[in-house]
Design a protein around this ligand. Sequence first.
Ligand code: RUQ
Ligand code: CUA
Length: 633
Amino acid sequence: MSDSNDKSGVSRRKFLVASGLTGIAAGGGMTAALLPMAAQSSEPGADGYVAPGELDDYYGFYSSGQSGEVRVYGIPSMRELKRIPVFNYFPATGWGVTNESRKILYEGLTPQGKRRADKQGGILRNGDTHHPHMSYTDGTYDGRYLFINDKANSRVARIRMDLMVCDKIVQIPNVQAVHGLRLQKFPRTGYVFCNGEFMIPQPNDGRDMYDPSKYYTLFSALDGDTMEVKWQVKVSGNLDNTNADYAGRYAFSTCYNSENGVVLGEMMRAERDHVVVFNIARIEEAVKQGKFTTIGDSKVPVVDGTKGSDLTLYIPIPKGPHGINTSPDGKYFIANGKLSPTVSVVEIAKLDEYFDGKLKEPRDVVVAEPELGLGPLHTTFDGRGNAYTTLFIDSQVAKWNLEDAIKGFKDGKTNPIRQKLDVHYQPGHLNASMAETKEADGKWLISLNKFSKDRFLNVGPLKPECDQLIDISGDEMKLVHDGPTYSEPHDCIVVRRDVLHPSRLYDPNDPMFDDLKAQAKKDGVEIGKDNKVIRDGNKVRLYMMSYAPNYGITDFKVKQGDEVTIIIKNIDEIEDVTHGFTLTNYDIQMEISPQQTVSVTFIADEVGMFWYYCQWFCHALHMEMRGRMMVEA
Ligand code: RUQ
Ligand code: CUA
């Protein structure tokens, strides 16, 4: 497939061939002298500078916390390229307005979620995204999908990477606050693993509310292809972050509240909490053998993985562990101590030994526990044996060597710490280029700092976060860029650009348009060929095309109270000529990108003449691209 990031010009193509070679050159020792001049000058510098007109080497996919969306960045320039609406309402594209997006936002909700949505016009309005992760094949990104959690309303969404548009959302039953989310890395995704963070009465129908000793939570596995929840595991304690190995055998989650406390003091009592390891084959076998229950109106099989179960292993970890990160060689995972200055390194091969009965003590799987500094939250990797851990309280990133940490655990003296770099301020997640895959390449690291304080112009009490770009290609980490990000990315992944091949236009044959085509067929209309108004009782369906700078229909009339559906196909085939449809004073606004068909349904309840117009600046005559709806009494 051709790199869809080139422009049509010949010079751009040349550049891309050349930059493709520089990628190889980095690993293969090819000299820059072999490359055309343009390529030499357009390589992003060590300072992360990407010249005007040049493209970044990586995509960054960021969550947005309580903004409920996903953001796409260019790395290393840190330029924001796009916002993908997911759990939020987004007027620019009509997310939450169009029939197509409303179906995605509604159909995967639980019965309780649907009741809530029904009371507020059919959508849940809030989301809290934390953990964006891209689908894998054989341990590295395959560019099919991005998955993301919603802590606020306990959902998981899938984003199609060819369009960078969300295509499925499911609400996870029997849990509150889906927090940690990671994907099966091998042989492919496969499972989407997600943690229910808060412990709740089960079923949560009014029983046991005042008896927290009966609360519990669940670890869930959904199928990334169908977006069905396949099984859930009842656990002891709560669940924070999660991750998976590179062999398709285990998932593991941190727990910061093994005490089952409901107030802060109770949750902090124990010196050690734990990581729970899920033995996937054993869980699948238990489900197959019918060793499960169900909860309330949910049909999802729930197996018992509480302490003592042979489906799980509980590893005691100091104290309130938070992030959990698998090393790109697949050998270790690291649980970050948060309230302990240590991180705990677990050797994944030892999990096999434990489950085979060869190790007796759960702590026997821990092979190192270096003390790094105050408030370790998350760790990332450079693919050269080094790990990088955020220290929230110290406002630093600590670089340390994994093998030295293991050595130091045995000999009591080898110091694994290579460098500590100040970041500004209070870092949470950090992620290095391709570090969540076996192809970690150790070029760039992004530290997502929760506080920016004095780093930017003051914009009032609510300030942006400060995401910092760090060059990790050499022996020393170098801070090269401060980037403000607003409410409030938690995490990001950094993906080599050749992994992705986004479309330039919509494909009119995409199954996403099948529902509209089926309706059109019943109406005797061909979408993209006809401009027609169909009356069907008090339902009116208006089919039209848009092409710069025209709408296929410039006036139509309906009766007050009619249910009106507008179906528009943008028949322009020129890249980036997006149109829109805004119906003034009817609160309707949506995007129509080239070769896309969208629809919106509303009640024509206000009598009078109402202009509709194109709100994406598409043409010199863009202002003139409009029409009138007449609503007769
Ligand atoms: S968690 S700052 Cu929501 Cu990813 Cu650690
Ligand atoms: Cu079409 Cu503006």
